[in-house]
Design a protein around this ligand. Structure first.
Ligand code: ZN
Length: 373
């Protein structure tokens, strides 16, 4: 299910909002509108102002949106530097736990990763500083209503941006601080090992965070789960990336593919499969690739209708193609992006083979068993 939608583009990067953000915006709106909490002199809400509840809610909503713009600026900090290093950003998504930049491939160069990771928290701390100056300015303007509102807005944003900046510097991979840690470890050991160590430290932090959260703040438990799962996933993704390194599509593809015609009935196709034993077949019409059909597609049509159904009726017309010299890592990413398990390997107009998800998994397994022996 698609849960996020694009709201615009900044410096060429699609900005997306996940529907879970709306939930947190509503919660923040309510908290900012009604809270009257004072921490270190910062008034963190409009609850104490002499205004009606509807106005408190309007201001609360405004402040929540401003806060998420700050989160977006934090992410844009990461994305801007990543782009400057020549890497591609697929988008920034704002969701219930804040923001995340979809970086197609993280640079392996430790110094680059360090700069990319550290710039986000720096943006947050810088924003905190700017809002702090505004906060002092509003504080000096007296106690009439408008300066009071400015005082609450700037104070709350100063407070939460500083929290955001420092929180992200905790060395719990995949939080920014954890990436800084991985970059530091990667200077002395290989990238895969550095990732494993950083991910394990991240998991320890996540457990500690959950225990702490159990006593003090329920929210921390949710963030801990997010960190724990994130650490595991990133470590796995890195293992895969390393396993497929130096491999090309032509090293992994299945050659000697058999073609079928779109005019074959599914009944004829069943007979065909029995003699050929592949799981997927490119569909060719007048020498041109028009689709792909797999053994699984047979099950979508009932047995007694297979005489009257043709391959062209059930084949997948959207075919993912690749070239034999494309890197296995790129092919892997393409399959994930398109949620497609197969690619047809083409050399110009000629079909050379098929690369399937299981070919890739097989290669990864081979690499890992070899490493463990
Ligand atoms: Zn960040």
């Amino acid at each position: 299910m698609k849960t996020s939608f694009q709201i615009g583009k900044i410096i060429g990067i699609p900005i997306k909002i996940d529907i879970s953000l709306l939930l947190i915006l509503a919660l923040f709106t309510y908290v900012f509108a009604t809270d009257n909490l004072v921490i270190y002199g910062f008034v963190l809400g409009f609850g104490g102002l002499a205004i009606s509840l509807p106005w408190q809610l309007v201001l609360g909503a405004f402040l929540s949106v401003l806060f998420f713009i700050c989160v977006l600026l934090h992410e844009l900090g990461h994305s801007y530097v990543t782009q400057r290093y020549g890497y591609k950003i697929n988008g920034i998504t704002l969701f219930i736990f804040g923001g995340v930049s979809q970086i197609e491939e993280m640079p392996r160069e430790p110094r680059m990763e360090l700069t990319i990771a550290v710039v986000g928290p720096l943006v947050s701390l810088l924003l905190g500083g700017i809002f702090y100056v505004l906060y002092l300015l509003f504080a000096s303007l007296g106690s009439s209503l408008v300066p009071q509102i400015g005082f609450v807005i700037s104070g709350t944003l100063a407070f939460y941006n500083v929290i955001l900046g420092f929180f992200n510097l905790i060395p719990a991979f995949p939080i920014d601080g954890g990436r800084v840690l991985r970059a530091a470890i990667a200077r002395t050991t290989d990238y895969g090992r550095a990732t494993r160590i950083a991910a394990n430290i991240g998991k320890v932090f996540a457990i500690a965070m959950a225990v702490f959260g159990f006593f003090y703040n329920f929210w921390l438990i949710l963030i801990a789960v997010f960190v724990y799962v994130g650490a595991s996933q990133e470590a796995q993704a890195t293992e895969i990336q390393i396993a497929l390194e130096d491999l090309k599509v032509k090293d992994l593809m299945t050659q000697h593919v058999e073609f079928v015609s779109p005019d074959l009935t599914l009944h004829q196709f069943t007979d065909f499969i029995h003699t050929h034993k592949h799981t997927s077949y490119p569909v060719l019409e007048h020498e041109t690739l028009v689709g792909i059909i797999t053994v699984m597609d047979l099950h979508t049509v009932q047995k007694n209708n297979q005489e009257s159904t043709f391959i062209r009726d059930v084949m997948h017309k959207e075919v993912l193609t690749t070239s034999p010299d494309e890197s296995a890592n790129n092919a892997f990413k393409k399959m994930i992006r398109h949620t497609n398990e197969r690619m047809i390997v083409m050399d110009h107009d000629k079909v050379l083979g098929i690369l399937s998800w299981s070919d890739l998994l097989h290669a990864i397994q081979m690499k890992q068993t070899r490493k463990n022996i």
